[in-house]
Design a binder for this molecule. Structure first.
Ligand SMILES: *Cc1c(COP(=O)(O)O)cnc(C)c1O
Length: 376
């Protein structure tokens, strides 16, 4: 018997849904995967413009913006680089508290910018006070920050960081909300985020391969004065094209179909209910960690109260416990996927991506299995 790729995908997804808790890519519903079987159409034709116009309407609601939402056929890292190439003049302050914020810093350097890292320990976040005093001492024109640091489960206070950045004068804030958007409240326009980016494969619960960005006038004005913006991530070109419901080059059309289907799902759930579902999954995880530790198995959330991401939890293992990689291996043997810690946290922590389309009920089953593998 010959199975098509689509048959296999559907079978796998419906059998497995609720078991794949990686903090990206996250699990994608079968119907969203099926939507990718739509026909090829020309990317300069009216069908494409109608599709992009429809996507824009949904994306603006998800991003809480009146601005157009760029759709980049790249992974999120592409728009991190784009943000710096279009936004940074010379001197960048990178708020670093984990692997992805470190990546933002690294990209700045690799683009030839004079970047300085304001680093806090893994598990910590950045406060407005920290940023305010750092901006006082330097002549920074740009700040990079990660909203939900997926490697540590830390949530940074973006609204406050935005305020402090703008109070410092002609400084732009570039925000990576890759594991934030669609799972954590983000008010792109109200908070006046100069540039915000995300990827398709985290809380949006789409397959990997698309990135989304919102550029305010502030960064577009900056971009006009920067001669080395490159080509693929030139925001002036993105802006010009999206205003005609087009993209600068051939888009990943099949993923656009998936996005179309998923935006409908998000709208029927409502964005607010989606945020609340993520908050409930996070609260359930914290309660479970407390309960485990009061029952004698000393688990701890890496992030302190007030800095915890609703979409991903990084949980510290006690001394003498199996290593993070062993925990993930044992879970895999039971059919569940979670992630071990990132980088130096690999052995001592594990991570649960409770984001996308997962529910508290599915999470409860996962936590039950975790109890079995941690304290057999
Ligand atoms: C996953 C992730 C990225 C990288 O996204 P890619 O799509 O792999 O380029 C960047 N930042 C954060 C916070 C992430 O979670």
């Amino acid at each position: 018997m010959h199975q098509t790729a689509a048959d296999r995908g559907t079978a796998q997804t419906s059998a497995a849904f609720g078991k794949f808790f990686l903090p990206g890519p996250t699990e994608v519903r079968a119907e969203v995967l099926d939507a990718m079987r739509g026909p090829m159409i020309g990317h300069r034709g009216s069908s494409m413009e109608e599709l992009v116009a429809r996507l824009q309407a949904g994306l603006k609601l998800v991003f809480r913006t009146e601005r157009p939402v760029y759709i980049s056929s790249s992974s999120a890292t592409g728009l991190m680089e784009g943000a710096l190439r279009n936004g940074a003049r010379r001197k960048v302050l990178s708020l670093v508290n984990g692997a992805f914020s470190e990546r933002f810093f690294h990209i700045a350097r690799a683009c030839g910018l004079d970047a300085v890292a304001l680093e806090v320990p893994l598990g910590a976040g950045h406060t407005a006070d920290m940023l305010e005093s750092a901006l006082r001492t330097g002549d920074y024109d740009t700040v990079t920050v990660v909203h939900s640091e997926t490697s540590t489960g830390v949530l940074n206070p973006i609204a406050e960081l935005c305020e402090v950045t703008h109070a410092a004068g002609d400084v732009l804030l570039l925000v990576d909300s890759v594991s934030g958007i669609a799972g954590v409240p983000v008010e792109t326009d109200d908070w006046k985020i100069d540039f915000l980016l995300t990827g398709s494969q985290k809380a949006l619960a789409l397959p990997p391969g698309l990135a989304f960005g919102v550029a305010q006038e502030s960064i577009l004005r900056r971009a006009e004065g920067l001669p080395s913006r490159g080509v693929y991530f030139d925001f002036i070109e993105f802006e010009k094209n999206i205003r005609k419901n087009q993209t600068p080059n051939t888009p990943a059309l099949s993923l656009f179909y998936a996005l179309d289907a998923q935006l409908n799902n998000i709208m029927s759930e409502t964005l607010e209910a989606r945020w609340e579902r993520h908050a409930a999954m996070a609260r359930r995880t914290w309660e479970w960690v407390d309960w485990m530790s009061s029952s004698g198995y000393d688990l701890k959330m890496l992030a302190p109260d007030g800095f915890r991401s609703p979409t991903v939890s990084c949980i510290r293992l006690p001394d003498g416990a199996p290593k993070g990689t062993e925990v993930t291996r044992r879970m895999k043997a039971r059919g569940f996927t979670i992630a071990s810690g990132y980088g130096t946290l690999k052995d001592t922590t594990f991570r649960i991506g409770h984001m996308g389309d997962h529910t508290v009920d599915e999470l409860n089953i996962l936590l039950g299995e975790l109890e079995n593998v941690l304290a057999p």
